[in-house]
Design a binder for this molecule. Structure first.
Ligand code: UDP
Ligand code: MG
Length: 312
């Protein structure tokens, strides 16, 4: 029997879990030709999420969980999930039922047809802020070299070989949507309507989103460095032309000490560009700094009831 893992990162989802579990069980009963695993990654929840998961596990041995030692964020929680899945394929989904489990039936059909990465593409986006749409699907798209598919989230079915590949991509500042595209393999999209969150509330704050956007850009592209270089070149060329203009003007009309405002404007403008370029370079150096420390991306404290040390 082929085994399907449902990989679900959870962070403060105690209100959502019972309903979610119900829907998952319906899905599992509809597809009893497969063996199933429900793998929860508890991303350092501060509410009773872990207790609820433990209870579920007591009555249902298909439920497994990894408990992270603190909140690492969804991107890292997914990596932990990839490390612990045991299935022949793995479905990544959110806990808030914004990703309808009913779609998994169709994903499984395509998987049987030989596709490796079947991703859900939203026809509409459910409840989402304008900020987010702007940050991601317009800016990010233009900046990065690999296509990051618009309207596609993390909800997808991955064949085991995709999972094994993703295990090797262990960068700490992760932008998983970009990684899914980067690994390639046979992809297939399915369209669906994204609903609103059923309970609890989205844990993305403005700064978390801004961080993810910057991460998305700097992790998949060096375009900002290129932009800084181009700005520098344009500034040099225009200041050179300006200098020649002044030289000729002085030769023809003599020396004039006027022009204080233009001077200030030029100085401030150049200062601004320099700071911007420094900031951009700093972003990349910061990433290099983080990666060179070679810390593990996350620390798991328990797998099911087993306590884990550092290397397990
Ligand atoms: N999540 C997580 N760690 C976090 C934030 C969120 O594991 O730090 C999980 C959360 O429990 C949910 C999924 O990631 O299962 C998506 O979170 P959310 O619904 O808040 O995000 P959105 O739907 O707005 O993208
Ligand atoms: Mg959500």
């Amino acid at each position: 029997m082929k085994k399907v893992t449902l990989l679900i990162p959870v962070y403060n989802e105690e209100a959502m879990l019972p309903t979610l579990y119900q829907r998952l069980i319906e899905l599992i009963n509809r597809n009893s030709t497969y063996a199933w695993e429900i793998l929860f990654i508890n991303d350092g929840s501060s509410d009773r999420t872990l207790d609820v998961i433990r209870q579920l596990r007591q009555t249902d041995s298909r439920v497994n969980f990894v408990n992270l030692s603190r909140n690492f964020g969804k991107e890292i929680a997914m990596l932990a999930g990839f490390d612990y899945t045991t299935g022949d394929c793995c479905v990544v989904m959110d806990a808030d039922l914004q990703d309808p489990p009913e779609l998994v039936d169709r994903m499984l059909q395509y998987w049987e047809e030989g596709y490796d990465d079947i991703y859900a593409k939203r026809r509409n986006r459910g409840e989402e802020s304008w900020m987010r749409r702007l940050a991601f699907y317009s800016i990010l798209q233009k900046m990065s070299r690999i296509d990051i598919l618009p309207n596609v989230g993390d909800f997808r079915l991955l064949d085991r070989r995709c999972v094994l590949t993703l295990r090797h991509l262990r960068e700490q500042e992760r932008y998983t949507k970009g990684l899914f595209c980067w690994i390639g393999y046979r992809k297939k999209s399915i369209e669906f309507d994204r609903g609103d969150r059923l309970a609890g509330h989205s844990s993305w704050s403005f700064f978390k989103l801004l961080n993810l956007a910057i991460e998305g850009i700097t992790s998949s592209s060096t375009a900002p460095l290129r932009i800084a270089t181009v700005c520098g070149i344009l500034c040099s060329i225009s200041s050179f032309i300006y200098a020649i203009y002044f030289l000729i003007k002085t030769i023809i009309y003599g020396d004039q000490a006027a022009g204080f405002p233009t001077l200030i404007v030029v100085i401030l403008f150049l200062g601004g560009i320099q700071l911007f370029a420094l900031g951009v370079i700093g972003e990349y150096i910061g990433r290099i700094f983080k990666e060179t420390k070679r810390r593990p991306a996350y620390i798991a404290s328990d797998y099911n009831e087993k306590k884990l040390g550092y290397d397990e």
